[in-house]
Design a protein around this ligand. Structure first.
Ligand SMILES: [Ca+2]
Ligand SMILES: [Ca+2]
Length: 645
């Protein structure tokens, strides 16, 4: 249970008082001298946050608790109850043998009501909430107290997350105050706000606080620093060169803002091999500089007919060093038992290619995404008057009349990615020495696989912040100079499952290589060379002409390979798609899902997204933005403008 911090209230009252002085005497009847005197008299019967609410917006309906003086069977009591109704109030519950009433009522009438002798005291019915849906279902709410005396609460404090997007509406109360520590524009428009509406939503998923709706929309890392790197313009478009400039700015300024994580919720259809793709090369530079780079997988998981499409991971999600994120659908419940992969979430393998001197195309065919996270119909911060909402007004969640507290729905791998970026920030806060490779390994190892989806759809599984932060805290902090096979943990091995919302799930227990999945407890018990710098996590096992190579230099003995392996030319070596446990899907499932058999040859119900025309792409993009039409997290009205911190 979380109660608003009293310190914040005091601070806010001071700020309100200051603004009152600066703006001079307001006009309007309720601020006339006699009204002020009257309200001060009645303040004794009103809780201080209600007094503040009256001055903020007298028309706002609030939930209050009214303590009454007369006996519940008296005439005075009956008169009071009738008066509450006359003033527009609705009694929602009677408590304490009727002496206390829970009432929904316009806040502006409460000063008058408090004059009634039958009223002893009126206080705000302060909503208490365990956590918001996003925090709860990712397991983020479970790790807040996993810190140490040196880390403090695990909420991202001190860690910088760069949001490379369409800008951020920094005045939204989800970011109060001063959370956006830097804003820089690379679009040439000379602004860093968010008229498109995408970046504000993305930033709030990663780092929004609990101000609105009593924490219903708290982000995964609600105290982290937000770095607003605007690379998408007012219509949500950007160039590769803008994005590269933004990434290079983050590398150059990482020490200034302690930037440890980059969030890239954008991408383009992959054409070039990641080896030649300039955006992938920029991502690699950031990775080499010690930054974790989280990238959206893309929203091309199906065609216009709704058929599943494989091989449509966007660039730079095709880059092996990136953490490429697909979208899960939580169906609005905190439990994972009903979760699925969102229909639009792009599936692997990656299809960037290069053409050799003989004119033969060589496809990358790397297994992606790396993991999935909630991304369907997520309610988060709304930038006022934004273009997305203008075009699709039904995405308005309408939780508040205050534009600085308003929320909207959005869907897509763009929404899934910041949850993972913020999770990475929490891991780094818990164990600041983690390399980007180890962050990626931990996030995949602790992810929980969903039944019925292959690695091409969900990677290692669904984001599990509880398991990730717990494991990060067990990993030794003196990683420099470790040799292959050295102990990785500072203590005993953890229990490799996580319980969220009453359901317990095993971890995936492994992570993806370029063309297969490795698993086994030795991955967390022993230091692996792929956890270091100068290599990629995915470099541990390679294929050459269909022969597996594991020379023991990058992965220790005892690490297991899954049986199903996708060869670099797109042919499946064995008859199955990999599952995290190493168990193979049956041939029938494999075929009906339309996995590639060889380059350019597709099974009946799938095709590459690249074959879809531009207008079809925009239709698919709109469809993804609106999300799968399932149950989702419900709008939670902002009950009252709570003090902002
Ligand atoms: Ca669920
Ligand atoms: Ca609205």
């Amino acid at each position: 249970m979380r109660i608003k911090n009293g310190v914040f209230k005091v601070l806010t009252v001071m700020l309100l008082a200051a603004s009152f002085v600066m703006t001079g005497a307001p006009t309007g009847g309720r601020f006339e001298g006699t009204a002020i005197a009257k309200s001060r008299e009645q303040d004794k019967k009103l809780s201080s946050d209600l007094v503040e609410a009256i001055s903020n917006d007298p028309d706002q309906r609030v939930r209050v608790i009214i303590d009454t003086a007369p006996a519940p069977n008296s005439g005075a009591y009956a008169h009071l109850m009738a008066r509450i109704g006359d003033l527009g109030g609705v009694i929602t519950r009677r408590l304490n043998d009727g002496k206390t009433a829970a009432v929904a009522i316009p806040v502006g009438v409460l000063a008058d009501l408090a004059e009634d002798n039958a009223v002893k005291y009126i206080s705000l019915d302060r909503a208490t909430q365990v956590s918001g849906h996003l925090e709860a279902t990712t397991g983020a709410s479970l790790v807040r107290n996993y810190g140490t005396s040196s880390t403090g609460t695990i909420d991202g404090h001190g860690i910088g997350i760069a949001i490379l997007d369409s800008g951020i509406y920094a005045a939204h109360h989800s970011f109060n105050t001063g959370r956006v520590v830097a804003s820089v524009d690379f679009t040439g428009e000379g602004r860093t706000d968010d008229s498109y509406g995408h970046g504000t939503h993305v930033a709030a998923i990663a780092a929004g606080n609990n101000n609105v709706s009593v924490g219903a929309y708290t982000g995964v890392a609600p105290a982290s620093k937000i770095i607003n790197v605007r690379v998408l313009n007012s219509v949500g478009a950007g160039s590769t060169s803008n994005a590269i400039a933004g990434i290079d700015w983050c590398i150059a300024n990482k020490a200034v803002y302690n930037i440890r994580v980059l969030n890239l919720s954008f991408g383009a259809i992959a054409v070039d091999s990641y080896v030649n793709d300039p955006l992938c090369q920029a991502v690699r530079r950031a990775f080499d500089a010690g930054l974790v780079v989280c990238v959206a997988a893309g929203n091309a998981g199906k065609d216009l007919a709704g058929s599943k499409v494989f091989g449509a991971i966007h660039s730079p999600g095709i880059e092996p060093c990136a953490i490429t994120v697909g979208a899960a659908n939580t169906l609005g419940t905190d439990s994972r038992a009903d979760d699925t992969v969102a229909s639009y979430s792009s599936h692997g393998p990656t299809r960037g290619y290069y053409t050799d001197s003989q004119g033969v195309k060589h496809y990358d065919n790397v297994i992606k995404p790396d993991l999935i996270a909630p991304g369907n119909k997520i309610i988060e911060a709304q930038a006022p008057g934004n273009l997305i909402l203008t075009g699709t007004p039904f995405l308005d969640a309408n939780v508040s009349n205050n534009t600085a507290r308003e929320m909207m729905y959005m869907s897509g791998t763009s929404m899934a990615t910041p949850a993972v970026a913020a999770a990475a920030a929490l891991l780094i806060q818990r164990n600041p020495n983690l390399t980007p490779n180890l962050v990626k390994a931990i996030l995949q190892y602790t992810a929980t696989p969903l039944t019925g989806f292959s690695n091409f759809e969900q990677g290692a599984g669904e984001l599990n912040v509880e398991g990730g932060v717990r494991l990060a805290g067990l990993i030794r902090t003196d990683l420099t100079g470790r040799a292959l096979g050295d102990p990785l943990l500072s203590g005993p091995a953890p229990t490799q499952n996580t319980t969220i919302a009453g359901n317990s799930f095993p971890w995936s227990g492994g992570f993806l290589q370029k063309w297969n999945f490795v698993y086994g407890s030795d991955l967390i018990l022993k230091y692996q060379t792929v956890y270091g710098t100068g290599v990629l996590l995915s470099d541990g096992v390679l294929l050459s002409d269909g022969v597996l190579l594991s020379d023991g230099a990058l992965l220790s003995d005892g690490v297991l390979l899954s049986n199903g392996v996708l060869l670099s030319n797109g042919v499946l070596l064995s008859d199955g798609v990999l599952l995290s446990s190493g168990v193979l899907l049956s041939d029938g499932v494999l075929l009906s899902d339309g996995v590639l058999l060889s380059d350019g040859v597709l099974l009946s119900d799938s095709y590459f997204a690249a074959s879809v025309g531009a207008s079809a792409q925009s239709t698919l993009a709109l469809s993804a933005l609106c999300g799968d039409l399932t149950d989702a997290m419900p709008p939670e009205p902002d009950p009252y403008p709570y003090p902002d911190n």
